[in-house]
Design a protein around this ligand. Structure first.
Ligand SMILES: NC(=O)c1ccc[n+]([C@@H]2O[C@H](COP(=O)([O-])OP(=O)(O)OC[C@H]3O[C@@H](n4cnc5c(N)ncnc54)[C@H](OP(=O)(O)O)[C@@H]3O)[C@@H](O)[C@H]2O)c1
Length: 310
C-alpha cells in the first residue's frame, strides 16, 4: 500500500511517501480502508521525538492518529463492528497511524462515523473532539449554567470545546487571536478576548467555574489564571500545568490532562454531529503526498488540515 512514513525523528522533511507492507489485523482489531486523516499537533510532537520516553516508536513509523474510513476486515474477537461499516477513530499514538491507504485500529477505539457529514470530513474530529470532551466533562465536570474560560478557543481542540460547552448550556469566554473571532461568534461564544491585545486576567471580572487551557503559555502564566476560578472550580490544562500548592491555597482544582482514545466518547460526539450541534472546522484539504506540508503548518492553522487518502 501507499503510506507516508518516517525512518527517524526529525523535521517534516523526514516524511517519505512510499510503499509499505499491508498491516496485519489482530484478534481485537479492525483493518480500515482510510478515507482521510487529519493533522494534530501531537502528530508533529511524536515525529520530533518529543514524546519518545512515553511513546517509543518502531521505525519506519506511519504517523497521524485521526482516521475515517470503511472496515475492510475484522479480528475474530471483534463485536459490534462489521466489514463495510463507515467508522472513525482516534488511533493508539504509539502504533502505526492513518497516513496510509490502510490502518489498523483497536476495536475499542473505533466508532461508527457521523452519518450527516462526509466520511472524509469525519477525520477532522476524533483526537481534537475527544480531548475537548474529556477536558470539559470528565476533568472539568462542566454543568449547564456554569461559566467557562477557554484559552486557545479557536484551535483544533478549542473549536470543539466551545461547541460542546454551548450544547451543555455553559457561558463561554473564549481567548484566542483575532483571526478566530468570526468563527467563534458563529459558534455562539458569549465573550471574546484577543490574547494578542489584552490580558485575560484584566478582561474577566466575574469568576468562573472551569478554565480550559489549550495554549502554550508557561506554567507561571497558567498558575496566574487560578485567581479567576471560583472556590471549588477546576483548571484543566492540556499543556503546561498550574502550580498545585497555589491551587490548594486558593481551594481550586488543577488537572494536567492526557487524553485517552474512546469509542464511547466518539459515539456520543457522532450523535451531536448528526443532530447538527457540532461540526468540524476544516481550513485546508491536502492529498496524502502533501502530508509534510500539513506537519509544517503546526501552530499556524485556524481549523483542521484534512489529508485525503481514498
Ligand atoms: N494533553 C493532552 O492530552 C492533549 C491533547 C490534545 C492536544 N494537546 C495539546 O493542546 C494544544 C492545543 O491543541 P490544538 O489542536 O487545539 O492546537 P491548535 O489548533 O494549534 O490551537 C491552539 C490555539 O491556541 C491559540 N493560542 C496561542 N497562544 C495563545 C494564548 N497565549 N492565549 C490564547 N490562545 C492562544 C493559537 O492561536 P495562534 O494561531 O495565534 O497561535 C491557536 O488558535 C496543543 O499544544 C496540543 O499539543 C494536548
Amino acid at each position: 500500500m501507499k503510506a507516508v512514513r518516517y525512518h527517524q525523528y526529525g523535521e517534516p522533511d523526514v516524511l517519505c511517501h512510499e510503499e509499505a507492507p499491508m498491516p496485519e489485523v489482530g484478534s481485537d482489531e479492525v483493518l480500515i480502508k482510510v478515507s482521510a486523516t487529519s493533522f494534530n499537533p501531537a502528530d508533529a510532537m511524536i515525529r520530533m521525538g518529543l514524546l519518545k520516553d512515553m511513546l517509543p516508536l518502531q521505525f519506519p513509523f506511519i504517523p497521524n492518529v485521526d482516521v475515517s474510513g470503511v472496515i475492510e476486515k475484522k479480528g475474530e474477537s471483534v463485536q459490534g463492528l462489521n466489514v463495510g461499516d463507515e467508522v472513525y477513530a482516534f488511533l493508539d499514538m504509539s502504533k502505526n497511524g492513518a497516513a496510509a491507504e490502510y490502518a489498523i485500529g483497536k476495536a475499542v477505539n473505533v466508532a461508527l462515523a457521523p452519518k450527516k457529514i462526509d466520511l472524509q470530513d469525519a477525520a477532522a474530529i476524533p483526537a481534537g473532539a475527544t480531548t475537548a470532551w474529556q477536558a470539559l466533562f470528565e476533568h472539568g465536570k462542566l454543568q449547564s449554567g456554569q461559566r467557562l474560560i477557554i484559552l486557545g478557543a479557536g484551535g483544533g481542540v478549542g473549536s470543539f470545546a466551545v461547541q460542546f460547552a454551548k450544547w451543555k448550556g455553559a457561558y463561554v469566554i473564549g481567548c484566542d487571536a483575532e483571526e478566530s473571532f468570526a468563527k467563534l461568534k458563529e459558534l455562539g461564544i458569549d465573550e471574546f478576548v484577543d490574547y494578542k491585545k489584552d490580558a485575560i486576567e484584566k478582561k474577566v471580572t466575574e469568576k468562573v467555574d472551569v478554565i480550559l487551557n489549550l495554549s502554550p503559555i508557561s506554567s507561571d502564566d497558567v498558575t496566574a489564571l487560578l485567581h479567576l476560578l471560583k472556590k471549588g472550580g477546576t483548571l484543566v490544562s492540556t499543556l503546561n500545568p498550574a502550580d498545585e500548592n497555589a491551587a490548594k491555597e486558593l481551594e481550586v482544582n488543577v488537572v494536567r490532562m492526557a487524553v485517552q482514545p474512546s469509542a464511547e466518547h466518539l459515539a456520543q460526539i457522532a450523535e451531536l454531529v448528526d443532530k447538527g450541534s457540532v461540526k468540524p472546522f476544516i481550513s485546508e484539504r491536502l492529498p496524502l503526498s502533501k502530508l509534510a506540508s500539513a506537519h509544517g503548518k503546526m501552530g499556524q492553522t485556524h481549523g483542521k488540515v484534512l489529508i485525503l487518502v481514498n
